[in-house]
Design a protein around this ligand. Structure first.
Ligand SMILES: [Zn+2]
Ligand SMILES: [Zn+2]
Length: 111
């Protein structure tokens, strides 16, 4: 899987800060695969505030299961945790209905 991401600029980070938002930077937490943001300390828990599963391959380190097909450009992308577009290259979309991560092939349902 090849992809291209346009990372958030320092200016965009500053704007987010001024709006009281966080540009999440994800680290893995513990042995259960949950994630945590090192900037705002937001993390996955059982109260429905989970940011998702940690992904070793995706650029924002969160698993993604669905892509967006942009017509008419023909580009396929996923939206990162920060709202950035991660452009997917040579991706057929064949996994989409199976709820497996586009980047690491791990299923959405994990124990
Ligand atoms: Zn954050
Ligand atoms: Zn993944």
């Amino acid at each position: 899987m090849k992809y291209k991401i346009i990372p958030m600029s320092e200016k965009e980070k500053t704007l987010k800060s001024l709006r009281g938002e966080c540009w999440h930077e994800i680290v893995k937490r513990g042995e259960f695969g949950g994630v945590r943001c090192i900037n705002c300390d937001h993390w996955g828990d059982k109260q429905g505030k989970s940011l998702g599963w940690f992904c070793p391959n995706s650029p924002d380190h969160i698993c993604h299961y669905k892509s967006v097909y942009d017509y008419p450009s023909g580009l396929r992308y996923v939206i990162s945790i920060n709202g950035e577009k991660i452009i997917l290259k040579n991706y057929s979309g064949k996994h989409e209905s199976l709820d497996w991560c586009i980047f690491c092939d791990e299923p959405e349902e994990r124990k």
